[in-house]
Design a protein around this ligand. Structure first.
Ligand code: 5AD
Ligand code: SF4
Length: 348
């Protein structure tokens, strides 16, 4: 496609917020940086130059699932497992709060140890100690009643990537017993309960086609989540997909920009996976329209063991150090880290 036509397509997306399947496909292959410029403009209109930070607490790497792509899968006997208790989780929050974080993201594998009886009091304790902070959970698939109980205990947001919106592709990435249908049902429940919801997918996961990526975009268009997390697939040496190639940088950035143009109000992280794929991946992500970064508050020894994929980057040991590093990185590209809960804005 000629560059002029490509620019027309970018403008059309900016105006109409959605495109036809073939148009989306063409835009994914865009090599004109005009796409990023328009995405920055859209983000600027909604959020200015602010980049929100979320403190990531990886509190358990036990998981009962066996997703083929992930290093935490139950079938990976080489993973060294850990889980934090209430005191350790609260410690992470305290260090994070002092360093300026106002959102805590509690992320873990699907660890059967963390029943509602154990988890709800942990959420309630964080809620009580930090009434000015947002609590985000990222714990995979749970029952409606469980999501409801955790919401009641004080959680505000929930991240649950749909991974792929194409059912057969979902089956290629997950063993029997996991289904896209169930994933979608969980996302529906979370929305219904009142969580701010984040879905998302990996770019370049094995078997993915451009057509499946269009399915992802259209699914997101229909779901209207508040957040979307996307990052490149990265191989992990102890998984079924150890020999598969990593996702493509440009394609990931194009998808970030496309999402921004579809939804100027969306909260979109420049993910750790993107920073792992390229030394300036997160800066490039922000310059393509992302507006969230998620520095890690997990203590170093445990952080090392939370290995979804090989070579995962780390921004520094201490929370304050992470913030300083990230602040420097963002300032260098003309953006600024913001201390606030960073709730989604409402625009028509
Ligand atoms: N490469 C990239 N992302 C991965 N995730 C899990 N394994 C990998 C991998 N090998 C992502 C999944 C999951 C999130 C927590 O991490 O999308 O939802
Ligand atoms: Fe478990 Fe999540 Fe990894 Fe799947 S992606 S194995 S559910 S931690």
């Amino acid at each position: 496609m000629r560059s002029l036509d490509m620019r027309d397509l970018v403008d059309k997306l900016a105006q109409q917020r959605v495109l036809g399947r073939e148009e989306f496909k063409a835009l994914m292959g865009c090599d004109d940086d005009y796409l990023f410029a328009r995405a920055r403009e859209a983000r600027q209109g909604a959020y200015g130059k602010q980049v929100f930070m979320r403190g990531l607490i990886e509190f358990t790497n036990y998981c009962k699932n066996n997703c083929y792509y992930c290093g935490l899968r139950v079938g990976n006997a080489r993973a060294k497992r850990f889980r934090m208790g209430l005191a350790q989780i609260l410690d992470c929050c305290q260090t994070g709060y002092r360093a300026g974080f106002r959102t805590f993201v509690l992320q873990g594998g699907e660890d059967p140890y963390f029943t509602d009886e154990i988890l709800a009091p942990i959420v309630a304790e964080i809620r009580q100690t930090y009434p000015d902070c947002a609590i985000t959970l990222s714990l995979g698939e749970r029952s409606f009643a469980s999501y409801q109980r955790l919401f009641g205990a004080g959680a505000d947001r929930y991240l649950l990537r749909h991974e792929t919106a194409h059912a057969a592709h979902y089956q290629r990435l997950h063993p029997r017993g996991m289904s896209l249908q169930n994933r979608k049902a969980c996302l529906g429940h979370l929305k219904q309960i009142g969580y701010q919801v984040g879905c998302g997918f990996m770019v370049g996961s094995p078997g993915q086609t451009v057509s499946y990526l269009v399915d992802d975009l259209l699914f997101i268009h229909g779901l209207r989540p508040q957040m979307v997390g996307i990052g490149p697939f990265l191989p992990h040496s102890d998984t079924v997909f150890a020999q598969e190639p990593a996702g493509d940088l440009r394609l990931t950035l194009n998808l970030l920009a496309i999402l921004r143009l579809m939804r100027p109000d969306l909260l979109i992280p420049a993910t750790t996976a993107l920073g792992t794929l390229h030394p300036n991946g997160r800066e490039l992500g922000v310059l393509a329209g992302a507006n969230v970064v998620m520095p890690n508050l997990t203590p170093g020894d445990m952080r090392q063991k939370y290995r979804l994929y090989d070579h995962k980057i780390s921004d520094g040991e201490a929370a304050a150090e992470c913030v300083e590093n990230m602040d420097r990185r963002m300032k260098a590209i003309g953006y600024e880290l913001t201390v606030s809960r960073g709730d989604p804005i409402c625009i028509a």
